[in-house]
Design a protein around this ligand. Sequence first.
Ligand SMILES: O=c1ccn([C@H]2C[C@H](O)[C@@H](COP(=O)(O)OP(=O)(O)OP(=O)(O)O)O2)c(=O)[nH]1
Length: 152
Amino acid sequence: MLGEKELIKLFPDFKELVQPSGIDLRLDEVFKQMGPASLIDNQKDLPELEKLEPPIYTLKPKTAYLATIDRKIKIPKGCSMLYLPRSTLLRSFVSVHTAVGDPGFYGTLQFMLYNYGEFDYTIKQGERIAQGVVFNVTGSGEYNGSYQEEEN
Ligand SMILES: O=c1ccn([C@H]2C[C@H](O)[C@@H](COP(=O)(O)OP(=O)(O)OP(=O)(O)O)O2)c(=O)[nH]1
């Protein structure tokens, strides 16, 4: 796992969010699901979404939301990332569900927020919701999948 000094070099855009062994990730936009979705023969049909009004978001009990992370991220070739929820959210019965960040990915990270609790959870845009931890990957290729965005 990479530490602070390496992370500052590899993720200059996230400089102020670098922690001793990871990068804090801030909540940007939140969406609710407005329609069905499917995955058949690797054909992805993503659901229609509706954006919640920022900056104060109310996550209703037993409901899932899609969240975007503030600022685009470039995962350097030779590194992979895993994303873990901030424990303050878990202590409040809310979780952040995440997948793997691939070497070479550039774009906006999207996580699923789920309020497992019995009560509303209120959270403001810009709050830290997860931490990304970074690993060296020997002999990695580079992501070029459907969520890759153009770098300027
Ligand atoms: O929780 C996560 C984890 C990763 N990513 C980003 C970085 C990752 O490199 C990219 C693609 O993730 P993954 O490979 O899991 O997606 P896929 O469904 O396999 O897409 P594709 O078929 O395009 O590879 O999405 C997220 O937005 N959210």
